[in-house]
Ligand binder design. Sequence first.
Ligand SMILES: Cc1cc2nc3c(=O)[nH]c(=O)nc-3n(C[C@H](O)[C@H](O)[C@H](O)COP(=O)(O)OP(=O)(O)OC[C@H]3O[C@@H](n4cnc5c(N)ncnc54)[C@H](O)[C@@H]3O)c2cc1C
Length: 416
Amino acid sequence: MRYSFLNLAWQALRGHRDWQPAWRDAAPRPHYDIIIIGGGGHGLATAYYLAKEHGIKNVAVLEKGYIGSGNSGRNTTIIRSNYLLPGNEAFYEWSMKLWEGLEQELNYNAMVSQRGVLNLYHSDAQRDAFARRGNAMILAGAGAELLDAAAVRRILPMLDFDNARFPIRGGLLQRRGGTARHDAVVWGYARGASDRGVDIIQNCEVTGFLREGRRVVGVETTRGRIGARKMGLAVAGSSSRVAALADLKLPIESHVLQAFVSEAIKPFIPGVVTFGAGHFYISQSDKGGLVFGGDIDGYNSYAQRGNLPTVEDVCEGGMALMPAIGRLRILRSWGGLVDMSMDGSPIIDKTPVDGLYLNAGWCYGGFKATPASGWCFAHLLARDEPHPVTAAYRLDRFETGHIIDEKGQGAQPNLH
Ligand SMILES: Cc1cc2nc3c(=O)[nH]c(=O)nc-3n(C[C@H](O)[C@H](O)[C@H](O)COP(=O)(O)OP(=O)(O)OC[C@H]3O[C@@H](n4cnc5c(N)ncnc54)[C@H](O)[C@@H]3O)c2cc1C
């Protein structure tokens, strides 16, 4: 069923009785060409592009809960392509290009809003680092503007520019960055994949792999055994646990990342703002709530809930940046399970286990990657060779030393 203004009017006249479910809730079949494990945005986008770009439609997406119940439905919805390193920038810029056409592509309102992402700087050294990053972005076609304090003040007059510890000196602005509605992205890809014949199977947890020698030939699930020629792992914070079922040890740690939404207020923050002196970022949803977050909780965990010291730390960051929010009430907070890699960059690669492919290591920034991640993982699964923009996202880079350390933190997954 196509969504359009005419269809909406027609359905309204008929009392909205004839809408079809957006995707088929499929039951597992005995065998598929490709199984994608994990029904988040990355898994569903992969299935969608497998069917659409490569004509591979005998595909199942297996999700242990409901689709989007992982990080894809828990994130703070920021999209951007403001990366410095060549290994990253081409990939994230390709993702941004896909975001720019996504709603037409999927015939789905994903509320993609290019309202701008502004990273604030607070010292001369940080300004120089941002100038360098901005130049790299301009060279890659991503676009960037380096603003001084007066220019930032024109956009965000309510910030605390003269904070004694963290005075705001300016910011790096990517106007094409912004937000997209996270669960709509999941639903849009699910609908597109299902329409092209992909089986989306919810409440189906993968509990083991079927092996023939060195090769995986299927999965054990809570809904029975399912065979496949190839299997793609896209389970984010559960990557190390699911890979362990195939005796694979990954260079990934799982950590909790929390997010917060305030009560709704009138339009206050026009785009996304990040605090350069600590880890705090904020935007305003179309419903009026301020959506914000900060650092990960900093200890290894598989729990999807965080702790109070990080809540306090995030709120302190917010208060240092814009004291005006001090009187707002927090409406909701929640946690997600992020797959932190050792260099802060993702992995899209074959694994040493024949038939098993890996999409992981998205840390706390994989929502913006959703379209390109799906596009490139589908390319790898279909053609057995990496897409050019993911050539650096190899699993063996941690052995060979070809790391992509965007933040320059070293092998400290909790700091990326
Ligand atoms: C609080 C928070 C804020 C964030 N903010 C941003 C942001 O603003 N911008 C940004 O770019 N990124 C952000 N991220 C990161 C981003 O959300 C993730 O990197 C991205 O959504 C990962 O998508 P995914 O499809 O790989 O994983 P998920 O959406 O987590 O999907 C994985 C799925 O696998 C399923 N699964 C796990 N184990 C099994 C199994 N054994 N069998 C079957 N299924 C299984 C899970 O149930 C889950 O649904 C944030 C993350 C969090 C937690």
